[in-house]
Structures are given as structure tokens and as C-alpha cells.
Design a protein around this ligand. Sequence first.
Ligand code: MIC
Ligand code: SF4
Length: 640
Amino acid sequence: MGKNLFEKIIGTHLLSGTMEPGSEVGIRIDQTLTQDALGTMAYLQFEAMGVPVAKTQSVSYIDHNTLQDGFENADDHRYLQTVADKYGIKYSKAGNGICHQVHLERFSCPGATLIGSDSHTPTCGAVGMVAMGVGGMDVAVAMAGGPFYLTYPKIVRVNLKGKLKPWCAAKDIILELLKTLTTKGNVGTVIEYGGDGLATLTVPERATITNMGAELGVTTSIFPSDEMTEAFFRAQARVEDWQELNPDADAKYDRVIDLDLAAIVPNVACPHSPDNIKTIREIEGMEVQQVLVGSCTNSSYRDLMIVAAMLKGKKVHPKVSMGVAPGSKQVLAMIAKNGALMDLISAGVRILESTCGFCVGCGQAPQTKGVSLRSNNRNFEGRSGTKDGQVYLVSPETCVAAALTGKVTDPRDLGMEYPNIVLPEVYEIDDSMVIVPSCDPSVEVFRGPNIGEPPKNTPMPENLSAKVAIKVGDKITTDHIMPAGSYLKYRSNVPKYSGYVFYHINPEFAPSCHKNKEQGFASIIVAGLSYGQGSSREHAALCPMYLGVRVLLAKSVERIHGANLTNFGILQLTFADDADYERIQEGDQLAIDNMHQAIKQDTVTVRNVTQGYEFETKCNLTSRQREIVLCGGLLNFTGK
Ligand code: MIC
Ligand code: SF4
């Protein structure tokens, strides 16, 4: 029987398990990436493993925490640079670009496996890699030479047919898929793209699609590696890294979805979820105060050339503030050389750093209730830095249409000719901001006062007595759990950052967890569907753990966050009957008796001591994961 692409790549990296949906496989990891906001914890954990040099090809990027409004971020960067130098990790300096864009340009490799401590790591699936977002702890284990474990997914084939019409973009394709598949219910799925439409999509366009697979909640997304991919590698002067990779003609898929590219129209994800999709037509005419193009989704050379071509000789509307953040130094250098940057500047665009910036709430917060059209991938409530900011996610084309008219406008109505952007035959290659490590064991690792040791959990108690510290609804994102933006600089300081867990939902969460601790109780989080959407930030598990949370009781949990909970020794259970979610109240005292026995079963009984009833929950962990949770997390488990 023929093999699909994912199966082929996993097959050549398989270390343990069988490749059947639902069963756990251990695979060899070729490459890792980290970014600064999660890198410090990952490398502290790696250092604790005592391995002299990283066994993977690893790159440490500085792209998230570049607003240096205090010593913290600069200290973290210095820690990351020295630790990279010592342990054989390449270090991409601040200003070199956003990790996913730079990795795609300079390090991606068809047929290889990549894990990264950032949920948008699947971007590199655009060139036929198996690239997955994970927690920093999993990256540390891979760098130490350990396998990466994942639940073997179902493979969905998306057949792209035909060709996009002018002004309809790759972003509109992935927004269309988000409309169909939504952000929930896709855990344990991989999307493999195919069909005759592939030939019309360049690598940067494919990367926009794989990037936002993260918003679907899939394990990863992957494109074949074909002539288009070869042209990209040739232009990046890395054709030796390219190989052709296709699924077999008779490959089997768990589901096939057909998408007619010619039927795709300009789409928009409305506040406050990437799956709240409408067509631009449905919201056209609404006044816009801010337009931002950038982020790892849409900041490639192609994207910015479209933006510059549309703005050439025109001015941004007086009521609109427009910013552009090129995805990488390569992109910035190229638009600087060919004059497109001047077109942006002349039009009145604010040129932003080549970093995550506005996408992670570091700067550019919109005005009160401000409507902001952005080319990035997440519009969770408050993520922009303004609680009532109204963030709409659109293509760069639709961004510019609004910047010119001051209101939401279908770019097809501008009466312009669609810019024909020809991708360069040779990109601007200058890797001088990627520092090659010395691997010298005598390098002194810099540790500023912002860096604390990652706290360890204790083994799970035999009888758990806990209080429900918070009850939340469906689709709680990691931005709700552990806000980023101005709190990002505390990522390396767990005691401080822990004070902000659920801060915007209930600022009393941390104090009530401390109170539970003082009274001898653990804490429990109760949640609805799709808990932990979004970021791979392990702080969304690590900080609750630090506050004494031992159990999450939810209707369902997202993949990366679920893995992080296990890594930090928090037990995740799902309600057997959703009616029990309704019944349970904040403040209720719950108990699980004989935990060490109970956790070995697929059904775990929980007693509600306050209300005096028992209910059943499901434990969907593998036996290895159950062991980890009993030990109080992966650090304790590996140190056993
Ligand atoms: C995000 O887009 O939410 C982030 C910030 O890049 C996160 C990583 C983090 O929280 O540090 C992600 O996507 O994993
Ligand atoms: Fe950075 Fe935004 Fe991409 Fe996350 S989604 S890596 S914050 S650009």
C-alpha cells in the first residue's frame, strides 16, 4: 500500500511504537528551534541534563522579547547567547528576523524533522519537513539526544484545485479552512496538501498556510517538496539541501477535503478568534484605525512587495496608522535594495523591527475599541494589548486596501491591477547575524538576576485533596492563562510571572491558589472545550504548577498544552459526562483517592466533597505519560 508524505518522513525517523492513529511513537529529531521568550527555560532544562553539546542542529532565535524596557530582556539575550556558544547552538541575533521566517529561509530541509518551542514551528512544513510546535522541555530532551514522543495522528489530505483569482491570497485559503474545520476538534490530525493547485503556490504562500495550521490545532501541516520548492532552495543558494518528496499515488488518507482555489474570496477572521470567519464583503465599509503587516504568517519578500506595489505613489489614509514589520533581515535588505522600502516610507508607513512585535502585544496596541486589520495569525481578546481592541486577521492585500481607503475594503474593488510579484532568482544571503557556536566548555554562561532555576514539582500525593481555583468556559487560550505583551519579560522569572496566571479573567486566581496551599489543599482548574489553544508557552503549565495546581478537569485539551501539563506533572482529566462540568462550582473541594492506582485506569472517579457526589472522568494519557505525572513531571521522571 502506498504511503503518504507524513508516513514516509516519520518512517525514516521512527525509534519506537507503531504508526497507527492514536498510538504513541517516539521519533528522532534532526533540528530544533527556540525563541527567546521560551528559550531561557528550555536551555536551563537542557543545562540540567548535563549533556556537553546539543545532538541536534539547533538554532536559538531572538525575536519575541526585543522591547528592552528594563534589563530583563537584554540579560536573557546574553544568557541565551552564551549558553548557545557553549553547547553548540546557532544564535540568531535580535534583528535577524522572526524564527519561522528565518528558519524557512536558511535552515529548513525537506524530509527532516524539526521541533520548536513555538506553536508556529509547522511553518517549515511548507518545504516538506515534519515540523511541530512543542514545549521547551521537549526541545531540551531532543537536544540531549532523546526521542520526541507524539500520538500518531490521522492524516487529512486537502486537495487544492485550480488557481486563486487576483486579490485572493494564501491567507484567504487558510482562513477558508479555519471556517470549515474551526480551531477546535482537530487535535491528533495532520494536514497534507496536494492537488493540481500546488503548482500555482510559491513557498512563501505555502508557508502562510502551514503557519496558520497552528490555529486549527493540528499537529502539523505539510506540503510536498517539488519544483517550486527546488526553485526556493536554489534562490536561497541551498539547492544541496533540497530533495523531491511526494506521497505515493495510492497513499491512504483518513479524510479528503477538496478546495477549489478559484472559489476562494478575500476572507477575514473577526474578533476574537481565528475561526470567526466572514468574507470581507460581509464587513466592508467599517472604519479602520490601524493596519499592521508582519508576523511569521505574512511578512515574506513576496508579501511586502505586494504591499509596496499597492502603496507606490499613494498615501496611507490620514485616519489610519499603518505599520510594516519585515519578517527577516533578508526581506528588509531586499526591499531596501530594490526601492520598495522607499515606497512604503513615502506612503507614510511606520517601519517596525523585524520581530514578532505587535503580534505578541509588544507595542502597537490599538486605541480604545480600535479596529485593527492585521496580517498575523491570532486575534485573541486582549492579545493586542488593548482589552477592547477589535483585531481582524486578513491578507496583506486586504490590509493595504483598508490603509488606502480608511475602511474595510475588498481589494478587488480598488480598481488596481493585481501586482505581479516575481520571486527573486537569488535572495540576499547574509548569515552574519547567525553566530556560529564555539562549543568551548570553558565559556562562562551569563546569568542575570532575571533568571531563576526552573522550579520542580513534587510527586503526586497518594490521596489528592484540592479546591477548584477557577472555572472557565470553552476555547481558553494560553494567552488567557499566561498573558504575553508587557508581562513577557518575566518569562525567566517563574515566581514573578506566576502572579499573572489568568490575570485578565480573574486577578484573584494566584492569591486563591496560595490560600489553598496554606490550608493544605492543592488547586484544580475546571475548563470547557479546547482548553489551552494557541501558544506553546509552557509557562501556562509551569506557572500554575508553581501555584500548586495538580489537576486540570476539562471537556477537552489541546495537544501542545496537554503535553506541557504532563511535562510539569499536572494531571489532565476530561469529563465523562459534560453535565458534571455544569454542576461543579468554583471553590468546591474535590478529592481523588488512591491516586497512584486511580491514574492507571482510563476512568478516574472524583469526589465532590463540598456537594457530596461522585463523578467519572477520563484519563487519555499513555502509560509513559501517566508515569511522568506520578513522578511530578518530566525532570523528575528522567532523573529517576
Ligand atoms: C505566540 O504566537 O503566541 C507565541 C508568542 O509565539 C507563542 C510562544 C510564546 O508564548 O512564547 C507560540 O506561538 O507558541
Ligand atoms: Fe511571533 Fe506572532 Fe509568529 Fe508567535 S505568531 S512566532 S508572536 S510572529
